[in-house]
Design a protein around this ligand. Sequence first.
Ligand code: CDT
Length: 314
Amino acid sequence: MPRHFTAACGQLGPIQRAEPRASVVRRLCALMEQAARRGAAFIVFPEMALTTFFPRWLIPEGPELAGFFEREMPGPETAPIFEAARRLRLGAYLGYCEETPAGMRYNTAVLIGPDGAIAAKYRKVHLPGNAVYDPALALQHLEPWYFTPGDLGLPVFDFLDGRVGMLLCNDRRWPESYRVLGLQGAELIALGFNSPAQLPDTPEQNAHRLLHHLIPMQAGAYQNGAWVIATAKAGLEEGCVMMGESVIIAPSGAVVARSATLGDEIVTAEINLDATAAHKAFFDFETYRRPELYRLIADRRAAGPSHDWTAETG
Ligand code: CDT
């Protein structure tokens, strides 16, 4: 695999609560076919690409809730995605909800190689929203209720002849996410997201939803000299409009490709992993970074009276 290739966002329109997994998998495979016809070697799908964004409801334990989680990957219903990857020689990032044999539930993404095998796994570390159902909220966002924070850290993997990191949705809003990946040499950061276009419970945010989506990703790309490929689940999903705006961002921070719809859509751009070197060299991290001055970032969560994390981490 050359370090210069076509990459694609495989944006999904809405997935309604009742849509069967087989139907969603057919949509994903159709997007893979389209991406391959456009010469893509890598496709990035959204967060929770197999299901509706169910944390908008409090769903009791039972068959419906269990049905949103994958207990094997690939499983019988998701195998066509892996077969398509192998047949089309197309690497993929796939977000889904994972339940382990021990019953732990994670918001997860995997990298699938062009050989159709899982090459890497990431479990979301920043889980936004409310940990318990709050009847005062117009829009529930119950990720901390359903998921355990990821236990795999923020790793970077050798993939597609490059250094690739993964994030999931809210992770993209935190500069630390990109820096931790950048300090491991990340050249490409793949991420999927489910972001409402409007937040009824924090209306002061609403005028800047697009800005707040793009600014951290463009800054993260520029400040770490890495490509960012970010793919949306978009459109009117169960009464909630999810923002589209899937984008491919160059290591300069420039948006080089952007989705035009709120439906299933392929967005492509030419990725040159070697282009990251000049941007990383411009910052010359080794010479100019002052990690001894940045200890607070690792030791303290927030301004003001704060828990001393060093006491726990040694
Ligand atoms: N999926 C996800 O992480 N979405 C969040 C919405 C948070 S609103 C409580 C996001 O950052 O877009």
